[in-house]
Ligand binder design. Structure first.
Ligand code: RNT
Ligand code: ZN
Length: 418
């Protein structure tokens, strides 16, 4: 028996006394698929090798050594990372994280051939792939406008990129046997007060409609649309706002992508899910952590992550929630960023799965005193022993040892890059 075994035994007895079956929670936790966002590994620069990086729209800060310079390096980093993560996973790509380029072929003409290395990689690992058009980091993002640009030629370039990504997603879904979620987020917006917000929004709407015109089987491909409150250089108006995309999704039969870093700092996605699921039945969650003006810090086990996990499980009966991490920090070891954030989100899910029923029962009786008491008492239940059991059964290092394993890769591989 591993050292933690006896703690787990005692923990499961304590949970059983509160009506919670830890074995059931572990089985459910094992089955939940978390999407790992490839773009943490390459600082969202992609691999077009065309000097497109940092033209705006989406950017990281920090220059920690070891950024993946090629898709092959990114795959190797993901291999190493996935081996350190317990539970099931898939991987999300950005539309410029190609593994092959062909002369004269830009984003508006990418095909599955540009991603065939990824497809082979995912097949060999038996995992699914998602993709998101990259409407940023390219000279055709002009004045912070892509799909909503007033110039028709520019809009068409980006519409074609959206169309190509959907085709690539459908090819992923077909080959891998799990639908590819294709997520549309565009940085379009204005630094200062626009004179005509509606015209820009109507252009975005028409461009999206053009992107979504072809129909793909839901078995292969599903579309999501992601709103944002503001971004750097886009402080006064984001064309694709929350209201825009919520209504767009509802009227077009698409799913919303809720990014936890994309709302007002006091507004929480955990509260939105149950409202959304009263009327729509599929959502993509971008799990992130907003800090002041940045939407993309590594997730930590804070109150909102706990609430998000809890609410998503509560809302997930008869609905479909796709979880994708979405943060990028270039100031720390990038594999550690994946491992810490992914483990934290899974811990949050575990804590939610281990929630005793007492608070819900108290609420049914309108006994809010008992509800609060139960909620607060549950915080000290020994979920850590159950988490450790999960790690042991998965055969991965514990949260203390894992850094050493990451440091080893840093020394052998990451420090030799640049
Ligand atoms: C940006 C959005 C978007 C991106 C990725 C890279 O604020 O959250 O999802 O993070 O497309
Ligand atoms: Zn996002």
């Amino acid at each position: 028996m591993k050292k933690n075994g006896k703690f787990y035994q005692l923990a499961s007895e304590l949970y059983a006394a509160r009506g919670v079956d830890t074995e059931k929670a572990l089985a459910t936790l094992q089955a939940i698929e978390i999407g790992i966002h490839a773009w943490q590994g390459d600082d969202v620069t992609g691999f077009e090798q065309s000097g497109n990086a940092l033209t705006g729209g989406c950017q990281v800060t920090g220059n920690y050594p070891g950024c993946a310079r090629t898709a092959a390096e990114l795959m190797a980093d993901l291999d190493y990372t996935l081996a350190l993560l317990p539970g099931r996973h898939r991987v999300g790509l950005q539309g410029h994280e190609v593994d092959k380029m062909f002369p004269g072929v830009d984003r508006d003409a990418f095909t599955i051939e540009n991603f065939s290395g990824w497809l082979g990689w995912a097949k060999s690992k038996k995992i699914g792939l998602d993709i998101a058009p990259a409407f940023y980091g390219h000279p055709k993002l002009d004045n912070n406008l892509s799909l909503a640009h007033p110039d028709r030629g520019i809009r068409e370039f980006w519409i074609n990129h959206g169309l190509r990504c959907r085709e690539i997603g459908a090819a992923f879904g077909k080959a891998l046997g799990t639908p590819s979620v294709v997520n549309f987020w565009a940085p379009d917006g204005f630094k200062d007060t626009p004179a005509d917000r509606m015209a820009a929004r109507k252009r975005l709407m028409a461009s999206l409609d053009a992107c979504f015109e072809p129909r793909f089987s839901e078995k292969y491909e599903r579309d999501a649309v992601e709103a944002k409150l503001f971004g750097i250089g886009v402080e006064s108006c984001t064309v694709g706002s929350h209201e825009f995309y919520l209504l767009y999704a509802a009227t077009r039969g698409k799913m919303c992508c809720f990014d936890t870093g994309h709302f007002h700092p006091t507004e929480v996605v955990s509260d939105k899910l149950s409202a959304y699921f009263c009327m729509l039945d599929e959502v993509l969650l971008h799990v992130s952590r907003g800090v002041r003006w940045d939407s993309d810090h590594v997730t930590t086990l804070n109150d909102e992550l706990l609430a998000l996990a809890r609410e998503s499980l509560a809302a997930s009966k008869g609905t479909k929630i796709h979880y994708m991490l979405d943060y990028f920090d270039a100031s720390i070891n990038r594999l550690a960023a994946w491992v810490i954030g992914a483990r934290d989100f899974r811990k949050a899910l575990l804590i939610a799965l281990l929630e005793p029923k007492e608070s819900a029962e108290a609420e049914k009786k309108l006994d809010y005193t008992a509800r609060l008491a139960a909620q607060e008492a549950a915080r000290t239940l020994p979920w850590g022993a159950v988490w450790q059991e999960f790690l042991d059964r998965s055969g991965v290092p514990d949260d203390f040892q894992v850094l050493q394993v990451l440091r080893d890769y840093e020394k052998r591989v990451l420090s030799r890059r640049n």
